[in-house]
Design a protein around this ligand. Structure first.
Ligand code: GDP
Ligand code: CA
Length: 332
């Protein structure tokens, strides 16, 4: 395999499309952006919007904002979401009014973003237009697109009723066992402007190490997106969000259990499936801890690539992104 880590293999003009959620997705996107831009290519990120919700009349886009703040270099590095150095004076004030949810923190700087977004939405800008305006503020080095302009929620069906994904995840810490996840209305959603064009023109498509069920799942659930990936000419490479049988951070293990998938690198590869067999993947990056699963992945018709998957710092994340590109270019 070509070593893109150090030898500066030119990626001139290479058009890369990344499908991603919030925390894992934005961490990976920063490394991928660095490698792609340094090599002279371009990056388009298609972001999950099924986590979006209305709070106090404001539209909040958790994954889009993680991506925006991450690429802009203003994300809180410790929490992994929200703005670095944020305060919570507005949230404290709302509590005095008995408003607000103590389980859903909204920082003051973050609220500025939500107010701007909500104003533009009310002025009639579509979600794509709003995401475009948000990213104009910073030099992201990448183009950010929402998966769709339609309001599609991820709902969690519990025995005691149905709640929004954010409530289940943030308030209940995924402790209540779901019966199912649903994205009502997704069958009539359309890909946001630019998404199908980006996929059609892509030289490489990458699936970020994001939650397969509630981050990547809704993106490829928007009619037309999976077909564009499957039928496109670009090789598709994914990065396992599961390392050593564990979801690293977050609660992807619960999500995988609900959809009947195994919480392992091979289990997620199987969930996505081989592009040859009507799935999504040509190649799959799995951790050294999971090297024993490589033959199983090969048996699925997906090329396994064993490499360090920990995104502990930017250098390691860039190296991982370079490995993903190298895997894709070797296939192409
Ligand atoms: P969310 O939308 O904020 O939940 O974030 P994503 O869906 O984009 O990413 C969450 C996933 O990132 C988790 O399920 C983890 O499995 C994965 N993840 C977090 N840190 C790492 C890491 O260092 N390496 C890899 N490979 N995956 C990670
Ligand atoms: Ca998310």
């Amino acid at each position: 395999m070509r070593d893109l880590r150090n030898d500066g293999v030119p990626l001139h003009g290479l058009r890369v499309v990344l499908l991603a959620g919030g925390a894992g997705g934005s961490t990976f996107a920063v490394g991928l952006r660095d490698v792609v831009v340094a090599g002279g290519g371009s990056l388009t990120v298609v972001c999950n919007t099924a986590d979006d919700l209305w709070v106090h009349g404001l539209r909040i886009q958790p994954d889009v904002d993680s991506m925006l703040y991450g690429l802009a270099g203003v994300k809180d590095p410790v929490r992994g979401w929200g703005r670095a150095g944020d305060s919570d004076r507005v949230s404290q004030e709302l509590r005095e009014w008995n408003l607000g949810w103590d389980w859903f923190a909204l920082g003051d700087l973050d609220l500025g973003t939500h107010i701007a977004r909500s104003s533009w939405l009310r002025e009639g800008a579509g979600v794509g237009g709003v995401v475009h305006r948000l990213q104009e503020r910073w030099e992201l080095g990448a183009r950010l697109l929402p998966m769709t302009e339609s309001e599609v929620d991820t709902l969690v069906m519990l025995d005691e009723g149905t709640i929004h994904f954010q409530e289940w995840w943030t308030r209940h810490r995924a402790q209540r066992e779901p019966r199912a996840f649903a994205n009502p209305g997704i069958e009539s959603a359309r890909p946001a402007p630019g998404v199908l064009e980006a996929l059609a023109e892509a030289d490489v498509v990458v699936l970020a190490p994001s939650n397969p069920v509630v981050s990547i799942g809704p993106i490829v659930g928007v009619p037309g997106i999976a077909d564009a990936i499957r039928g496109g000419t670009a090789p598709v490479v994914g990065v396992s969000p599961i390392i050593g049988g564990s979801p690293v951070r977050g609660m992807a293990d619960v999500c995988l259990r609900v959809v009947g998938a195994e919480c392992s690198a091979a289990g997620v590869a199987q969930l996505y499936g081989a592009r040859d067999g009507g799935g999504l993947l040509d190649a799959w990056l799995l951790g050294e801890e999971d090297a024993a699963e490589a033959p199983r992945i090969e048996g699925l018709g997906i090329r396994p690539v064993v490499t360090p998957l920990w995104m502990s710092d930017v250098a390691l994340t860039r190296a991982l992104a370079a490995d993903a590109l190298a895997a894709a270019l070797t296939l192409g």
